[in-house]
Design a protein around this ligand. Structure first.
Ligand SMILES: [Zn+2]
Length: 261
């Protein structure tokens, strides 16, 4: 009899599930021999097909005409694209919303207003890395809820050794870790799950530019803080309160760790 998860495993293999579902499948396969075999068979079949099937190439003329159409289309899209909503160029528009939001405006938003524009590229890198991690099979390089597995893993994979802790009791489950590369360094990403949300906590050697404590970009909330000589940034589509609660836990855990490091 086939395991009830077999269909989901197939979808996972095809890259059709989101990061959370992928995580579920990976956890399931760890304990289900049947699904592990299924994954191995699928992998082997794909490898065989890739090595043995012949792919006839499209004629050069067809290729060129498609490329020309695509170029024309992206050019048109670029011309029609509105200015970035969160960019500094959008400030006046944004201030209209500012007045409307009135008292609901939090300190986080005020900090966003005074954030130096020079940190923009780094914040873009953070958002890109977060979004990339949510694509199938990109969330974690090491899957574990055990900080004693995740923390040492970074030693060989990242340029920094971040605070790693499991806050499952407080609703923030440690899912694993991942190495990313931006700002000319191998950045450590510790991954937490909070309800249906994934939170990436990036850690990297702090640069010259101070990052805003709280900011939003492309619809994601970003909270940044420094601890020792490391810069931390947590990013998620979860609410501000939820994100701040995790940063408080991490700061406390990190401060407790510091004297012994
Ligand atoms: Zn199974």
């Amino acid at each position: 009899m086939q395991c009830a998860e077999a269909l989901r495993v197939q979808a996972y293999f095809d890259g059709e599930v989101d990061a959370l579902a992928a995580l579920d499948v990976e956890r399931h396969a760890e304990h289900c021999p049947e699904c592990r075999v299924l994954l191995e068979e699928l992998t082997a079949t794909r490898a065989r097909m890739r090595s043995q099937l012949e792919f006839p190439g499209a004629p050069a003329q067809l290729r060129t005409s498609i490329q020309r159409l695509l170029d024309a289309e992206t050019g048109a899209a670029r011309r029609a694209a509105p200015r970035a909503r969160f960019g500094w160029s959008g400030l006046p528009l944004w201030l209209g919303g500012f007045a409307a939001a009135g008292a609901a405006l939090s300190a986080a938003v005020l900090l966003f207003l005074v954030a130096p524009a020079a940190t923009g590229p780094l914040l873009d890198d953070l958002v890109s890395a977060h979004v990339r991690s949510l694509m199938p099979l990109h969330l974690t390089d090491v899957v574990s809820t055990d900080r004693h597995t995740v923390k040492p893993w970074f030693a060989g994979q990242a340029d920094v050794s971040p605070v790693v802790a499991d806050f499952a009791d407080q609703g923030y489950r440690l899912v694993g870790g991942r190495a990313d590369y931006f700002d000319h360094q191998r950045v450590a990403a510790v991954v937490y799950q909070h309800g249906a949300h994934i939170i990436n906590v990036f850690a990297f050697a702090s640069g010259r530019q101070p990052l805003p404590q709280y900011t939003s970009r492309s619809g994601y909330h970003i909270a940044c803080w420094k601890l020792g000589n490391l810069q931390y940034c947590a990013i998620s589509d979860t609410g501000w309160d939820e994100l701040q609660a995790l940063t408080r836990l991490l700061r406390a855990a990190g401060s407790a760790d510091l004297p012994r490091q």
